[in-house]
Write a protein that binds this ligand. Structure first.
Ligand SMILES: Nc1ncnc2c1ncn2[C@@H]1O[C@H](COP(=O)(O)OP(=O)(O)O)[C@@H](O)[C@H]1O
Ligand SMILES: Cc1cn([C@H]2C[C@H](O)[C@@H](COP(=O)(O)OP(=O)(O)O)O2)c(=O)[nH]c1=O
Length: 187
């Protein structure tokens, strides 16, 4: 089973892309499933109450949520799981909040590393203008960090060989470039 994570700042197109990848893989006869983080309603509710000022609590809460998510993913009998955010969301967002990256990696070290990480890279101003659905964690202090989060993602992408996609391109171009790469890897 392939574990593919889709990463990027809020509004970069992750949900749309992840769901379309699943649809196109199914069209090709592959058994694929869409999933997302945060995964559990309970922990999402706690994060909403805790707010965006305690990065230690956030790191631990996202990791607890991820543990439950990983157990769920391990039960799936599919060719590919496409997850809309995963470990690198914590590394990018919480390290920018001042948390030591090594500690974040330690806290997440029991979880499977993704086979492929796709980074949708987009300018935060454009990304914010695209957000129509309510942001579940709409904290002003988070919005201010998105430029730094974007740069952290780009740094991780270079180190860990993500597939970087320019999310400023029309959707068809974005998805076609991803599928071109993916179908070559999968078949
Ligand atoms: N390449 C693109 N060009 C223009 N709009 C896009 C593109 N990709 C996604 N969108 C739109 O941007 C909005 C945010 O996308 P979404 O998938 O919800 O982002 P995310 O999950 O990263 O927050 C949606 O309305 C979506 O249709
Ligand atoms: C999974 C995860 C998410 N987050 C943040 C990123 C998003 O701002 C928010 C999740 O909200 P969500 O609405 O899923 O994001 P998006 O707007 O990209 O669809 O939580 C972290 O800070 N750390 C994490 O580990």
């Amino acid at each position: 089973m392939l574990l593919i994570s889709i990463e990027g700042i809020d509004g970069s197109g992750k949900t749309t892309v992840a769901k379309e990848i699943v649809r196109r893989l199914k069209e090709k006869g592959k058994n694929a499933t869409y999933t997302k983080e945060p995964f559990t309603e309970d922990i999402t509710g706690i994060i909403q109450r805790v707010g965006w000022n305690d990065p230690i609590a956030l790191t631990l809460l996202f990791a607890a949520d991820r543990r439950i998510h990983v157990r769920w993913m391990e039960e799936q009998n599919v060719d590919a799981i496409i997850t809309d955010r995963y470990i690198h969301s914590t590394i990018a967002y919480q390290s920018v909040m001042g948390i030591d990256e090594k500690w974040i990696r330690n806290v997440n070290s029991k979880f499977p590393y993704p086979d492929l990480v796709i980074l949708l890279d987009l300018d935060p101003t454009i990304a914010s203008s695209r957000i129509k659905k309510g942001d579940i964690f709409d904290f002003p202090e988070k919005r201010k960090t998105l430029e730094k989060v974007r740069n952290k993602y780009l740094e991780l992408a270079a180190m860990e060989h993500f597939l970087i996609v320019n999310a400023d391109k029309p959707f068809e171009e974005v998805i076609n470039s991803i599928m071109f790469y993916l179908l070559d890897q999968i078949t």
